[in-house]
Design a protein around this ligand. Structure first.
Ligand SMILES: [Mg+2]
Length: 336
């Protein structure tokens, strides 16, 4: 399908907003962007956000949407210990959205890209039945990359930030979770925090770069699908098992105020975009927190068992703990 004059106009208008950069020899406007020869090993990732699959327009601002489309990609570069460099954007546009909407969305994308020192070097716009933003992002890694296949029995497992907040925020936005207890003001603050963790996640780029300086290179993954599932990726690729201490899972005050101490959402809820990593030589969490510039919690250890178990405070396997293969049931319970 050929492009309408309106689509060309939109491409030109949006790319103008992003401005020229320094990383590309030739940026937007030709058939391809031209990049200089790489100075380090290249990382390449891609992710899509589709209306009514990943978000609803009513949930947040167009700016937040544009920023989030980049952040989910930045998080993958962070999880490899890399530094993001350039990206290309494919925008699928449906009827009923005005220029003002796209201006605001690209403004959010532009700011997020500037913060991460990423340049948008090209893009494409297509008509479609649903609004979708797809970004392919390049990054570079100078040391050893943080891979999923390098965890070994005895490694200590850590996570950045707090878990389950975004999943709670998503449930608040979609009307599946209501904050009932506490004073009005505290409830509003908890709601605001949880919703913001879903709409405006943070990619842990600095933490990823700091992890890449540790030797041997930690095994790492970013938490996009939920701790239990993403840990499963490491265990599968590394041929290992894990013990997770339920009491050590970092829960925010807002999470506790809303959900209590039940770690189900922290284990199974996705979209946190925190990092999970495994260190051969354990380091105290406060020291790691200083080094990574973000709260770090020690949550368990890699074992040779080939399966993941959740341990209670006494160190025994928690009743009803989700075995690794029970993930799908956990997920359907959460999303039901
Ligand atoms: Mg990932």
């Amino acid at each position: 399908m050929s492009k309408s004059p309106g689509e060309f106009h939109l491409i030109e208008r949006l790319l103008k907003r992003l401005g020229p950069g320094r990383r590309a020899i030739l940026g937007p406007g030709d058939d391809c962007a031209i990049l200089p020869p790489a100075r380090a090993r290249q990382l390449l990732t891609i992710d899509s956000m589709v209306e009514d699959v990943h978000f609803k327009l009513a949930w947040g601002t167009p700016e937040a949407l544009g920023a989030r489309a980049l952040t989910v990609n930045l998080s993958d570069i962070a999880a490899m210990g890399g530094k993001p460099t350039v990206c290309v954007v494919n925008l699928a546009v449906r009827d009923g959205l005005g220029l003002r909407f796209f201006d605001r969305m690209y403004e959010g994308l532009r700011k997020a890209a500037a913060r991460a020192e990423v340049e948008v070097v090209g893009g494409n716009i297509t008509r479609a039945g649903a609004l979708a933003i797809t970004i392919a992002l390049l990054g570079e890694v100078r040391g050893a990359a943080l891979r999923r296949d390098s965890a070994r029995p005895g490694d200590t497992i850590y996570v950045t930030g707090t878990l389950g907040d975004a999943a709670a925020g998503l449930r608040i936005l979609s009307g599946r979770l209501r904050i009932l207890s506490g004073r009005l003001r505290a409830r509003a603050a908890a709601r605001k925090f949880l919703v913001s963790r879903f709409l405006q996640p943070t990619a842990r780029l600095k933490a990823g770069l700091a992890l890449a300086r540790i030797k041997p290179a930690p095994s790492a993954v970013d938490l996009s699908d939920g701790l239990w599932q993403d840990l499963g990726h490491i265990l599968e690729r590394s041929g290992a098992g894990a013990e997770i201490d339920a009491g050590a899972l970092p829960l925010s005050a807002a999470y506790r105020a809303t959900i209590g101490d039940d770690p189900a959402l922290a284990l199974g809820g996705g979209e946190d975009y925190e990092l999970l990593f495994c260190l051969r030589h354990a380091v105290a969490a406060p020291a790691l927190t200083r080094r990574l510039g973000v709260r770090v919690s020690r949550i368990g250890r890699i074992t040779s068992s080939g399966t993941a178990v959740l341990l209670d405070e006494r160190g025994s396997v928690r009743g009803g703990a989700p075995p690794l293969h029970g993930w799908d049931q956990l997920r359907s319970r959460l999303s039901g």
